[in-house]
Every structure is written in C-alpha cells, then in structure tokens.
Design a protein around this ligand. Structure first.
Ligand code: MF3
Ligand code: CO
Ligand code: CO
Length: 256
C-alpha cells in the first residue's frame, strides 16, 4: 500500500502554521484594527515562520488572507475597513509549507455582539465539529453534508450551496468537492490518506449568495449574517486527524 505518512507529516507542518497564525491574530483582533492590518500581520507571521500565504497571487487574488465581515459569506478582501464593536468576522488563513497547504478559518467577535450572531457562530462551529467527529474510512461524503445541514437547519439557519470544502495537499483546491449539505450514504467513500477541508458557511437567513463586482467577495443575497469555520483534515486507518488545531486552545469565541 502506498504510504501517506510523509504527506501527513507535511500537512501537519502547514496546518500547524496556519493555526498558529490565527492564534497570533486572535490577540490583535479588536475594535480599531483594519482588515488590511490583519492581512499584513498574517503575511509577515507566515513568512517569518518558514511558509508562504497561499491566497497571495492565487487566481489574481492580491491579499494574503480573507476577511469576511457580517453578511460577507467568504473571500472578503482585506481593506481599510476598521473593525468596530458588534462586527463578526471570519479570518481564513492558508499557509504553504514544503509544498503542502494548511487551510483554516475561525470567527471573531468584535466587542459585544448580538445574541443572534453569537448563536449563529456557535451553531456553525458545532455543525463543523459534528461532521468531523464521524470521519473514518468507508463513510461517504454525503454523511458529512448530512451532519452539517441537519444541525444548521434544526436551528433555523441555512447552508450555503455555492461554495464547498475541497481536497487539499500539494494543491490549494483539488478533488473531491466536500458539500456541506447532502444525504446519508451517498457520494464518494472516504479512505485512509485522503486530505480535505470541511468549511461550512451558514447563513442566518436564506442560503442564496452573490459575488460582488470585485469578483471575489461573496455576500448573502438577503443581507443576513453569515458565519464559517474551517479545518484541514486527514483520514487515518480508523479515524481522522485535524491538521489545523489551535495550539492555544482557541476553538470558537470568546477566546479567553
Ligand atoms: N481559503 C479559502 C478556502 O477555504 C480560499 C481562498 S481563495 C482566495 O478555500 F484567493 F480568496 F484566497
Ligand atoms: Co478551504
Ligand atoms: Co480557507
């Protein structure tokens, strides 16, 4: 059998750097900082720790990470926008180390945020973790989508259809597509050595999204809030490994 041990070692390095970047940013994300300053901090930290930011120059993208605020679903572009009390923001970091990619994102709350936003963030995090906990060889991709969709909809939220998780290793985005909705026992079977992301985008309103004229920023059509978390994972002989686990125990807000 073709061993995936070396691949996993490199995924661990890349995943760990991406996670440590979010850990570092956690202490800096507060009212008054602009998303461009967050981008710069992320770029420098990854560079200074032996990696490269995968988004930079990816398909014409000009920043090092994504900052998706409030009704932005994903791929928000860092700008001079300053974070203010009440904002919720997703920071999505992808680091390349030894040609391998670690892709992870977390939500951040700026000061005191509305209860509805906090609830959305909790449900989004829990939907990702419920899907991760079932991972092992021989389950199917549809089982992942089922876990996420069931939990999100049970709480009155909706699952974004237009973006999905993805295979990830030496390429940023590769086979398979990992849908965040679906039916049990459908789709591709998981096997040891597979590496991919789970990154549900959950909306407080309807699931429809549109991409702004900048070609990147995806927003909810109904302007409702959206939340997302992302981990890069590997399938092992009898379960899974999370490559992008926080070193500081920062899982979801509040990060105390
Ligand atoms: N990190 C995103 C993902 O989870 C992709 C961002 S592509 C970029 O797949 F170019 F916008 F950075
Ligand atoms: Co991803
Ligand atoms: Co990502």
């Amino acid at each position: 059998m073709n061993s995936y041990k070396e691949k996993f070692e490199k995924m661990r390095l890349a995943g760990n750097l991406a996670a440590r970047t979010l850990d570092m940013l956690t202490e800096n994300i507060k009212p008054g900082i602009s998303t461009e300053e967050i981008d710069k901090l992320g770029y420098e930290f990854i560079r200074d720790n032996g990696g490269f930011s995968a988004p930079l120059f990816y398909r014409g993208y000009k920043k090092s990470l994504c900052t998706s605020l409030n009704h932005v679903v994903c791929h928000g572009i860092p700008s001079d926008r300053i974070l203010v009390e009440g904002d919720i923001v997703n920071i999505d970091v992808t680091a390349i180390v030894e040609d391998h990619h670690g892709d992870t994102s977390r939500m951040f709350c700026i000061g005191k945020t509305p209860i509805k936003a906090n609830n959305l963030i909790n449900v989004t995090y829990d939907s990702m973790m419920k899907a991760i906990k079932i991972l092992k060889p021989n389950i199917k991709l549809g089982d992942i989508g089922y876990e996420i969709q069931t939990h999100a909809e049970k709480n009155g939220f909706s699952v974004v259809r237009d973006f999905c998780g993805h295979g990830v290793s030496t390429k940023f985005h590769e086979y398979p597509n990992v849908l965040h909705y679906g039916k049990k026992d459908t789709g591709t079977e998981l096997s040891p050595g597979m590496t991919f992301t789970i990154e549900p985008m959950i909306n407080s309103g309807k699931y429809e999204v549109k991409v702004l004229p900048d070609g990147w920023t995806a927003v909810t059509k109904d302007k409702s809030l959206s939340a997302q978390f992302e981990h890069t994972l590997g399938i092992t002989e009898n379960g899974y490994e999370i490559f992008t686990e926080s070193v500081k125990g920062y899982h979801k807000p509040p990060y105390l």
